[in-house]
Design a protein around this ligand. Structure first.
Ligand code: SAM
Length: 218
């Protein structure tokens, strides 16, 4: 068994024994919120594996639950996390990031011109980067960040709802799904199909995640 597989199994086992639940999220390491369900985390890890992603940009870090999993799962992942308020990010996540030379957390408004320029500078030539949109206004974030994708880069967004995707997991855990607000709708991503193809090698269809890979530059 690979080391990464081990972590994955531990995380999944933890997910089945959660004491604290927040709709649409899981809790890891006892009390660190993760803005995803386990099967969504699995899907993100699968995308990174399948497409051999070396550079991950997370827009919207919150407590750092996803950061924690990514950095523990992929030892050589280059990671850039952006949040307008890093005050909420857990100390252990910040320490983990500090301990990794190629990982960084920056406190910025993701919609500032300087921030997107900084992200562009961070994206090295010839390396596939994944931009993960998970801030407070995801449709706006997709619009803002899609133009900096180079051929082969991936952009994914959380909280996508096309009327068909089921938030699997919530019902397993006894949640009512009524309070969950989908944030990215199909009309918000129509423009993406002009320059990207939707990811299809990893099945995202039962997650709240949509993903695209850029194939041409207009
Ligand atoms: C849904 S949470 C992120 C969850 C995290 N990705 C995870 O999986 O655990 C959204 C985060 O986006 C941040 N945010 C909201 N508006 C932002 C902005 N304009 N720029 C950067 N971050 C922003 C919030 O502070 C919040 O921490």
């Amino acid at each position: 068994m690979e080391a990464g597989e081990n972590i994955r199994i531990v995380l999944l086992a933890q997910g089945n024994n959660m004491a604290v639940y927040i709709a649409g999220t899981e809790v890891i390491e006892g009390d660190m919120r993760l803005g995803h369900m386990w099967h969504e985390v699995e899907a993100i890890l699968d995308v990174l594996d399948y497409y051999q992603i070396t550079h991950f940009i997370e827009i919207g870090v919150h407590e750092g639950g996803l950061t924690w999993i990514l950095l523990n799962h992929f030892e050589s992942l280059n990671y850039l996390g952006i949040d307008i308020n890093l005050g909420i990010a857990r100390a252990k996540v910040k320490n983990k990031v500090k301990s990794i030379r190629y990982a960084e957390l920056i406190e910025r408004d993701c919609f500032a011109r300087e921030t997107i320029e900084e992200v562009q500078e961070w994206m090295p030539d010839g390396k596939p980067c994944l931009i993960y949109c998970d801030n407070g206004n995801k449709p706006k974030e997709i619009l803002f960040y899609a133009p900096i994708m180079r051929i082969g880069d991936i952009l994914m967004a959380h909280d996508y709802h096309d009327g068909r995707r089921i938030v699997r997991g919530l019902e397993w855990y006894g949640f009512k799904t009524g309070g969950l607000q989908p944030e990215v709708c199909p009309e918000d991503v129509v423009f993406m199909y002009k320059m990207c193809e939707e990811l299809e090698k990893v099945d995202l269809s039962d997650t709240r995640i949509i993903g695209f890979m850029r194939y041409n530059i207009e």
